[in-house]
Design a protein around this ligand. Structure first.
Ligand code: SF4
Length: 365
C-alpha cells in the first residue's frame, strides 16, 4: 500500500487514538492499553504523517507505536540500564565522567521511543520536573566542581522547555566560569520541528559558552524537509550539530538503512557521532540486535561511505561504568593468530582495508 498521510491535528497519546488513526490494530488494543499504563506513549502529527499504516514493518512505526512485546522483560534488563542512579550526587545531575555532567531538566518528550533507555523515568506520571530548589541545588553542584567543562542537557527532552525558560537556564550555566560547553540532546527537530522557532534558536545562543546540539534520529525518513529546515536554522545561527542514533532491529539494522541515515545527517551538516547499541531497558529485547551484527554493519558501512559519515558504535556498560567503543578492530598482531606459519619479524601486523582484504604492516619489501 502506498504511504497515506494521516496527519492528526494533535499528538496522539492514547492507544484508542492510534487505532482511530489507523496506526494500530483494534485487536491489539487490550495489550496496548497495558503497555501504555506502564510506559508513556506520544506520537506527534509530524511523526504520524511519516508512518505507512499499510506496512506492518514500517521503521518509523516500530520506534513509536507500542507493542505487546514491551510487556515481556528479559533477564538482564534493568529499570536503570546505564546506571544513572549510581552517579547522581544531587537531584537532576548525573556526574559519571570527571569533566562533564548530565543535567536532567525535564521528564517529558515530544514523542516516546519504544526502546528508550530512560523509559522508567520519562513521561507523565514518572519523575516530576525539577523544583526550583532542586534546580538551584544542581547549579550549586556545577559551580562547586571546577572540573566540569561540559554540561549536557538531557531528560526528557530539553527543547520541550519554552524559549524563555531555556534562555534563562543557558544564561545561568554560561555564567559559571568553568562551563565552556553546553550540549543539548534532543529529538524535537524531527518529532516537532515547528518548536525550533527563531525564539528557540536565539535562546540556545549564549555569551560565555559554546552550544552544541545532538540530534537523535534513527532512520533517514525522519529527516524530512521540515526537520532539515529546523536543523539548518540552528546551524546557520552558529550552533554545531552532531547525531546520535540507536541500532534497532527492524529500523536500521541493515547497511542500506544505516548508510542512508548517515548520508542524510552529513547532508544536513550534522556530524554522525554515536551509534548506540540498544540498552538493556525493560521490554526492549525485540528491538535489540547482537553486538556481532552491529560490528559487521560498521565494517560494511566503512566500505560504503567516507569517514565523515562514520559514527562511533558504542555500548553503555550496565551499572554506570560509562560508554565503551565496541566497533570492529582493523588491526591485529600477526603473532596473536594461530596458523600464521613462520613469521617475518619485520611484518608484525595484519590490517584490514575497506573492502575486507587483509594486508601485512609494514609490508614485505
Ligand atoms: S526522546 Fe530520548 S528520552 Fe525521550 S523517549 Fe526518546 S529516547 Fe527516551
Amino acid at each position: 500500500m502506498s504511504r497515506i498521510n494521516l496527519k492528526p491535528a494533535a499528538t496522539l497519546r492514547e492507544p484508542t487514538e492510534l487505532v482511530a488513526h489507523g496506526l494500530a490494530s483494534a485487536a491489539d488494543l487490550p495489550d496496548l492499553e497495558k503497555v501504555a499504563a506502564r510506559y508513556a506513549v506520544a506520537v506527534t502529527p509530524d511523526i504520524a504523517a511519516l508512518i505507512d499504516p499499510g506496512d506492518p514493518d514500517d521503521p518509523i512505526a516500530r520506534q513509536f507505536i507500542p507493542s505487546a512485546e514491551e510487556l515481556v522483560a528479559q533477564p538482564g534488563e534493568n529499570a536503570d540500564p546505564i546506571g544513572d542512579h549510581a552517579h547522581a550526587p544531587v537531584a537532576g545531575i548525573v556526574h559519571r565522567y570527571p569533566d562533564r555532567v548530565l543535567f536532567k531538566l525535564v521528564h517529558v518528550c515530544a514523542v516516546y521511543c519504544r526502546f528508550c533507555f530512560r523509559r522508567e523515568m520519562v513521561g507523565p506520571g514518572k519523575a516530576t520536573a525539577l523544583s526550583s530548589n532542586a534546580y538551584n541545588g544542581a547549579l550549586d553542584y556545577i559551580r562547586a566542581h571546577s572540573e566540569i567543562w561540559e554540561v549536557i542537557l538531557t531528560g526528557g527532552d530539553p527543547l520541550m522547555l519554552s524559549p524563555r525558560r531555556l534562555g534563562e537556564i543557558m544564561a545561568d550555566l554560561a555564567a559559571i566560569d568553568h562551563v565552556k560547553i553546553i550540549r543539548i540532546h534532543t529529538r524535537v527537530p524531527v518529532a516537532d520541528p515547528a518548536r525550533i522557532s527563531a525564539e528557540m534558536v536565539a535562546a540556545l545562543k549564549v555569551e560565555g559558552a559554546a552550544t552544541w546540539v545532538a540530534l537523535h534520529a534513527n532512520h533517514a525518513r525522519e529527516l524530512t524537509r521540515k526537520a532539515r529546515a529546523a536543523c539548518a536554522a540552528m546551524i546557520d545561527a552558529g550552533i554545531p550539530m552532531v547525531s546520535q542514533s540507536v541500532l534497532l532491529r527492524g529500523v536500521n539494522d541493515n547497511v542500506a538503512a544505516l548508510e542512508a541515515l548517515m548520508r542524510a545527517f552529513v547532508e544536513c551538516r550534522i556530524k554522525p557521532y554515536y551509534l548506540h547499541h540498544g540498552d538493556l531497558a525493560p521490554g526492549t529485547a525485540h528491538l535489540r540486535t547482537t553486538l556481532e551484527h552491529g560490528q559487521q554493519l560498521m565494517r560494511d558501512l566503512r566500505g560504503r561511505v567516507s569517514g565523515l559519515c562514520q559514527p562511533d558504535y558504542v555500548l553503555d556498560i550496565p551499572g554506570g561504568y560509562g560508554k565503551a567503543p565496541v566497533g570492529p578492530s582493523y588491526l591485529s598482531q600477526v603473532n596473536s593468530s594461530p596458523g600464521e606459519g613462520e613469521l617475518d619479524p619485520e611484518t608484525r601486523y595484519r590490517i584490514v582495508d575497506y573492502c575486507g582484504d587483509v594486508h601485512r604492516y609494514p609490508p614485505k619489501p
